[in-house]
Design a protein around this ligand. Structure first.
Ligand code: GDP
Length: 610
């Protein structure tokens, strides 16, 4: 079969050949791989009923549809697969190594979830103080996103790790990014309140992730507390208490009076021992997950990581997401320096070059060089993806016009910690000024505004927001030189106000019609090479040459969108004719003019905004 010809451009047929593309690739990316013109692919898709631009990110189905049309087997590679392949090129894998027999038991990692105000924070605080191992003289206990306590079970000291980042978002965000961190979920339900929407949501998350649940029935010190009711309610969701013949442990606690906390810890350990065999290889190269990242004023980028396997040590070369570096120091939640961190140990790592994101995985590699190369490749990939979705150049003019209809303001948000960046983004996304203008955050991150942020912003309508952070030396220079709009804030509402104003500034002007004049047709002249000219008398206002006009016959608009192309008084061309005077009006190629028609002229004026 001949190559399909679309709009005169032929497409190379694949004859079933395979082509691999990263998820979110554009038609330009595909074109490059199969040696086609991007415009030809745009046209081909257009004929299949999909209107996309050459550089727009295209979803999997659309790629498949196009692939089928041009006989290429398009395989979409997920970011996870892509990353796995990247690691493979360095002979690395993320995962357990060696023989399970040789692994050592490790503590469970617990996430506390539940409805707002049911006492998650207070319970985490109370549990922190149950530690049976007296803390070494260290600094004040600080929030680093996770902590470990040691409890006693049958005369054995048993550590438990608690993830201390509030909300379900971090749990789902981590899971969405493929990081399975949590071994057990403690579902907190207030005994005086009962099962609420977020209780159910938490339960669904835990069950979807196949993570066992221990229920902490909290606030039993309160009047009106009804722990039996909670057990009853939760049976409807498949959580049946042991005392009712099920296999879920329910523990009555009070975070305030600290009643029941030991029982809760015991329940966690028993559940872990009964349904999980938690082991890890402590000998392999250390790996794990980033729990939290922030930029510390004195120490620079600081990340709390959870070691999942191997033993992390000071001096290790580490790559975490697209950040890398040498572990300068390891600190626990009391600010104590650690020499090493075993599996399930949360530690703060100081020494990274930038701040990784929560849910990023980390690996220790042989050499700094490798860490750097992996980080660079990941950065490049992130940047490519962002650039691809940002580029606005389009090959087909009509698509260009279609896209311009929908205008958007692009933002880059940088802040001093992931919480504020998220909060700011969330608040900004709620701003609405008009349907045809949208706000898009093309990049977000923790840390100062870097040169690569500014590089990214070098497109139209990108504003860079720094929340409690500043641009680094070179970045400021580049931003000033290229005229990139960089704004600094330390108060969220101020940022919101300014961005809202910026969006309003992008609103398309609204026009209103202003009547200029009207004329009645008295006679129609046929003028060679010009067409019909309306001999008219101006009834009101002024008729002006080049003004917009419409023709009204018996009260009905016969033609709109006309222009007064010629205007004469007697033999002379004039620019305007006022009320009461006679004139000849030519409406260009429009010839359907009859006696007694009315020609109305008007102009469109920009309406001032409220
Ligand atoms: P979160 O939104 O789930 O983190 O809930 P918080 O830990 O912030 O607690 C919400 C409110 O309930 C706070 O005012 C706590 O002091 C209170 N609270 C938490 N646990 C208990 C408890 O066991 N007993 C009583 N009486 N109040 C509690």
């Amino acid at each position: 079969m001949a190559a399909p010809s679309m709009g005169g451009v032929s497409l190379p047929r694949g004859n079933g050949q395979t082509v691999r593309l990263p998820r979110g690739a554009s038609l330009t990316d595909l074109a490059e791989k199969i040696g086609a013109q991007p415009a030809a692919l745009v046209t081909a898709l257009f004929h299949l009923g999909e209107m996309v631009t050459a550089t727009q990110s295209v979803n999997d189905e659309t790629l498949q549809l196009l692939g089928a049309e041009i006989d290429w087997d398009i395989q979409v590679v997920s970011p996870e697969d892509e990353d796995r392949e990247l690691l493979e090129t360095f002979d690395l894998t993320f995962g357990d190594e060696g023989d399970e027999e040789d692994w050592e038991a490790r503590p469970p990692v617990v996430t506390v979830m539940g409805h707002v105000d049911h006492g998650k924070t207070k319970l985490l605080d109370a549990l922190r103080h149950t530690n049976v191992v007296s803390r070494e003289a260290g600094g004040i206990t600080q929030h680093i996103g996770a902590y470990q306590i040691v409890t006693e079970l049958e005369h054995n000291e048993r550590p438990i790790t608690f993830i201390d980042t509030p909300g379900h978002e971090s749990f789902t965000a981590m899971r969405a990014r493929g990081a399975k961190v949590t071994d057990i979920v403690v579902l907190v339900v207030a005994a005086d309140d009962g099962v609420m929407p977020q209780t159910v949501e938490a339960l669904n998350h835990a069950q979807a992730a196949d993570v066992p649940i221990v229920v902490a029935v909290n606030k039993i010190d309160k009047e009106g507390a009804n722990p039996a009711k909670i057990r009853q309610q939760l049976t409807e969701y498949g959580l049946v208490a042991e005392e009712y013949g099920g296999d879920t442990m329910f523990v009555d606690v009070s975070a305030t009076t600290r009643q029941g906390l030991d029982e809760l810890l015991t329940a966690i350990l028993l559940t872990a021992d009964a349904s999980l065999d938690l082991r890890a290889n402590t000998e392999q190269d250390p790996q794990g997950v980033v729990i939290e990242g922030k930029l510390d004023k004195g120490r620079g980028p600081v990340a709390t990581v959870l070691v999942q396997r191997g033993t992390l040590r000071q001096g290790d070369s580490i790559v975490a997401g697209d950040a890398y570096g040498r572990v300068r120091s390891l600190l626990d939640e009391h600010g104590n320096k650690l020499k090493e961190a075993l599996p399930a140990r949360p530690v703060q790592v100081v020494g990274l070059t930038s701040v990784p994101r929560a849910g990023d995985t980390f690996l220790v590699v042989e050499e700094d060089r490798v860490a750097r190369q992996i980080a660079d490749r990941r950065q490049a990939r992130i940047r490519n993806a962002q650039n691809a979705s940002m580029r606005k150049r389009i090959s087909l003019e009509d698509l260009d016009a279609a896209l311009k209809e929908n205008r958007q303001l692009n933002l880059i948000i940088k802040g001093d910690n992931s919480g504020t960046v998220e909060a700011l983004e969330e608040a900004l996304m709620k701003i609405e000024v008009s349907d045809d203008i949208s706000l898009r955050v093309i990049h977000r991150g923790v840390g100062g505004i870097t040169k690569s942020d500014i590089d990214l912003a070098l497109a139209d309508d990108v504003i860079v927001l720094g929340f409690n952070v500043r641009a680094e030396g070179q970045a400021t220079e580049l931003a000033n030189r290229e005229g990139v709009d960089v704004r600094y804030y330390s108060v969220i509402y101020q940022a919101i106000e300014e961005i809202e104003a910026a969006l309003k500034g992008m609103l398309k002007p609204e026009y209103e019609e202003v009547a200029l004049g009207s004329a009645e047709v008295r006679e129609v002249f046929r003028v060679p090479r010009i067409g019909n000219v309306a001999g008219s008398i101006v009834r009101s206002g002024t008729i002006t040459r080049n003004s917009k006009a419409r023709l009204v016959r018996d009260g009905v608009v016969v033609a709109d969108n006309l222009t007064v192309e010629s205007l004469r008084r007697f033999k002379d061309d004039v620019t305007e004719v006022r009320e009461g005077y006679e004139c000849g009006i030519g409406l260009g190629s429009f010839n359907d003019i009859k006696v007694e028609d009315v020609i109305e002229t008007f102009e469109m004026r920009e309406k001032p905004r409220a």
